[in-house]
Design a protein around this ligand. Structure first.
Ligand code: FNR
Length: 188
């Protein structure tokens, strides 16, 4: 089996973001067969269909880059019980021009993480709603809702909570099988 390239798309721009720290831990777990790379979404101009006539360079690069990945792992906080604006913007930019969505058919999974107590459930499920329309087969079980994020890391930002580490490792093993079972040959 070839190495599977997974794009990590993080829905927070904050320097000390807990979600960025989860993404870092995921990259460091070294689950065999998966290779993770961070995709930057913070510089994408806000989606405006008028700009398609003269596609911004950032959109061009993002669209080209995403095509190189076999799958996408979204790691996101919740803002006002939904996804963050920056993440929704990235979904929209990648989804157009109509019929040329970079998301189409790529297996996906979602980890939501919050400082609060409800695991960013609202964001996780609003994101799932968009991924249905984007035709991304999305891992259903296990679900990953991480709460009380301030307790999970040490001062250096390393994920030190043992049960979260164990859970994420098993989540990634399931995700790997999910990718293998859902990857479209034309995209390999
Ligand atoms: C939040 N936060 C938040 N938390 C939550 O669990 N549910 C929510 O609906 C919201 N809403 C919300 C709106 C806005 C505008 C902000 C700035 C924050 C708190 C949020 O979970 C917390 O700031 C996280 O630490 C954000 O994730 P990162 O940046 O640490 O990855």
């Amino acid at each position: 089996m070839k190495l599977l390239k997974v794009a990590l798309v993080v829905g927070s721009l904050r320097k000390e973001s807990f979600n960025k720290k989860i993404a870092r831990a995921v990259s460091e777990f070294k689950v065999g067969g998966l290779h993770f790379e961070n995709i930057e979404i913070g510089e994408l101009p806000l989606y405006n269909e008028d700009l398609e006539e003269n596609e911004p360079l950032e959109w061009q690069n993002f669209r080209k880059e995403l095509k190189l990945y076999d799958a996408v792992l979204f790691i996101t906080p919740e803002y006002n019980r939904s996804v963050t604006a920056v993440l929704k913007n990235a979904l929209d930019v990648g989804s157009r021009p109509y019929g040329r969505s970079v998301w189409d058919g790529k297996p996906a999974a979602i980890i939501s993480c919050t400082a609060g107590g409800l695991g960013a459930f609202g964001a996780n499920h609003h994101l799932r709603q968009s991924l249905v329309f984007l035709n991304m087969p999305t891992l259903q079980q296990p679900e990953a809702y991480l709460s009380h994020a301030a307790n999970l890391f040490d001062e250096s930002g390393a994920l030190i909570d043992a049960s979260t580490r164990d859970f994420l490792k098993s989540f990634l093993i399931k995700f790997k099988s999910w990718i293998e079972n859902n990857i479209e040959e034309k995209k390999v």
